[in-house]
Design a protein around this ligand. Sequence first.
Ligand code: ATP
Ligand code: MG
Length: 416
Amino acid sequence: MSMKMSQTLFKTLREAPRDTDTVNHRLLVQAGYVRQVMAGVYTYLPLGLRVLNKISQIVREEMDVIGGQEVLMPLLHPAANWKLTGGWDGINVLFKVKSRTDKEFALAQSHEETVTPLAREFIHSHKDLPLAIYHIQWKFRDELRSKSGILRGREFLMKDMYSWHVDQSDFEKYYQQVKEAYLKVFTRLGLITKVTEASGGSFSDKVSYEFEVLTDAGEASILYCDACEFCVNVDDFTTYKEGNGCPKCAEGRLRQAMAAEVGNVFDLGQKYTKAFDLTVLTKDGQKIYPVMGCYGIGISRTMGVLVEKFHDDKGIIWPESVSPFQANLVGLKNANSVYDQLVKTNLDVLYDDTDRSAGEKFADADLIGIPVRLVVSDKTGDKIEWKKRDEDKTELVGVDEVIKRLTQGWGRRNFS
Ligand code: ATP
Ligand code: MG
């Protein structure tokens, strides 16, 4: 839906907010996407919510393709489920709440404890497998270091999917499918991810992948090969060092970099199916505990990572796929009729219809970071000035051409 700026819950700040240690925090507040309520807790304003929803939708589409079934599980959990798995005492980030009835609850830090009893109701035989359930829901974690803007929240949005399989090999097949789906998600978001290989290392025989985006704002230290896709987390693989030859391709060298983990996939084995006594009957009538996997994507963290990756000294530069709007229409005179035509063609436009100077409006357009800027002024006559956020070039084009370009996705950034 298109919006007029004068009627939107929206305010850019002339000065960068103080006490921000990361680009995503500074720009998201300054450009009017979020407001910080306290460390690690944010309100998403209309523009910020649109970006979160766009990221969520891309993730949703790719999870649906691989058979994930979307549900919505609650945030308030009975303590009993967390006591059963040991999380109540074992997970230090778990927020615990006491009711006035003296009953205890946990705030969702993850949803294994909710989804496994749910799956138990639907899985009885090997014929019910595999099953994959996901949702896009907030998580609460009592993080000690929640200070990198929306990269590390005490409350944050995650897509978490869980799957059950008759045996390890079926699980591993699905696992690869999820990995491919994740790579598609991140490509659609305009992000290049490095996938850490954490399988079979010294610490665990379980397979897991972490999807990392190189950025100094991230907290993970990784070593990656400059020639092939080899990548490891520095914490786990102490045997490798920066500058070493790549153990995988033998051609490249290992480089060390900071990265933000935007997603991961884990082999949970039978831990939760055993805890909740989720069993199935196999073909030969044997009772077994299915193998379970879990797959997370940090939706709100990814939004922050996008800002870390795509900005310049003037503001944010959103990839088209997640931009809150397709175009930013800047009216230096009344541009209502152009706006109405764009709205009629179902284009999503943010219309700066405020009564401010051209300088202020242009500065805001750069700060907000919508990939296409359209200007209507006395100088443009019956044409519209077209400019991409990441280019200096401007062009005068007719409204029909604007509609054609936007419909065909001309705001798309070139990531090649
Ligand atoms: P990290 O090592 O960064 O703490 P994690 O291993 O605890 O991450 P998971 O519990 O597997 O992560 O969560 C899945 C995804 O959720 C992560 O890959 C990350 O993108 C995101 N995530 C985790 N913790 C946070 C947080 N505090 N704030 C924002 N996003 C988070
Ligand atoms: Mg964590």
